[in-house]
Design a protein around this ligand. Structure first.
Ligand code: SF4
Length: 286
């Protein structure tokens, strides 16, 4: 008897959002950081030309938006040049920054059309916020949130806490500053947030890799920023479109869907995991 094995149709590259995870360097060392970034983190092995190539390929293969993240993406030496390149390529850009230090050059590029900002906030109380970030960062982040609002830069803020009263206080404070887009989310069990536990596919939201993908500081592509250990190819030696539509990506997303359950909510608001370019509400810092 002949057994006919049906070959699944080739997966189309339907990725709409790419997280450009530029660096593991950050001024802070937040207790919940999903990729354990911090002051001793590195910018990885991707060169400026590598990142420019990724942006050009992304625009050519139908990606609509990119989110610059890390680590603290503004600390990457090529940050403003890459944002400029992305905007010029017609991509929507969101920058997820801790807003601790914003240079004049960054403020200028943040005001470009097509760019939006996102940040995390932990409490209206400085000592509580600082206990999470590991530095006295509350005043600077709060000041820069207010400045972004005054400048009319589109901004969304993710409040990360499991404490309802703390979330309510942070929300009131942000609303008083004029922030309109506020989400509340929990700590994800990855990186420092995992407190030493091995990353568990079942803890992902289940939609990773569906229309989204992340590229890390070494060029490794994964289904999302939280699933960095599930590498599916490297843009330094494989074209981006081939990785996004490749078998390894299909296997990874299928495994995630199987373990986590497709469409399982990953935040109390559910909307939190509609990952991220302008217009969405993902808070991948968490
Ligand atoms: S969560 Fe963000 S701000 Fe905090 S250490 Fe990680 S990258 Fe830096």
């Amino acid at each position: 008897m002949t057994v006919i094995v049906k070959t699944p149709p080739a997966r189309k590259a339907t990725t709409r959002l790419l997280w450009l995870d530029l660096t593991r360097k950050c001024q802070l060392a937040c207790g919940h950081c999903y990729n354990s970034s911090g002051p001793s983190g590195s910018h990885g092995t991707m060169t400026r030309e590598d990142w420019v190539g990724v942006l050009d390929q992304a625009a050519a293969c139908g990606v609509r938006g990119v989110q610059f993240i890390g680590g603290e993406p503004t600390m990457h030496p090529d940050f403003t040049a890459l944002v400029d390149h992305a905007l010029n390529a017609g991509l929507e850009v969101e920058v997820y920054s801790n807003l601790v230090h914003v240079s004049q050059e960054c403020w200028e590029i943040f005001q470009r059309k097509g760019l939006a900002l996102a940040t995390s906030y932990y409490s209206d109380r400085a000592e509580t916020h600082n206990a999470m970030t590991g530095r006295r960062s509350h005043g600077r982040t709060r000041e820069n949130i207010a400045r972004a609002v005054r400048l009319g830069i589109p901004l969304r803020v993710g409040v990360v806490t499991g404490d309802e009263d703390q979330a309510a206080g942070a929300r009131r404070d942000l609303e008083a500053l004029g922030v309109e887009r506020i989400g509340v989310d929990h700590v994800r069990p990855f990186g420092r947030g995992g407190q030493g536990r091995v990353p568990d596919t079942a803890k992902l939201c289940g939609r990773c890799g569906s229309g989204v993908a992340a590229i890390g500081p070494t060029g490794e592509v994964s289904p999302c920023v939280f699933s960095g250990w599930m590498g599916v190819g490297n843009v330094r030696h494989t074209p981006l479109a081939a990785i996004l539509s490749g078998d390894a990506m299909t296997r990874a997303t299928t495994a995630i869907q199987g373990a986590a359950g497709r469409n399982a909510p990953c935040g109390p608001d559910d909307e939190e995991c509609t990952p991220g370019f302008p217009g969405s509400s993902c808070s991948p810092r968490n």
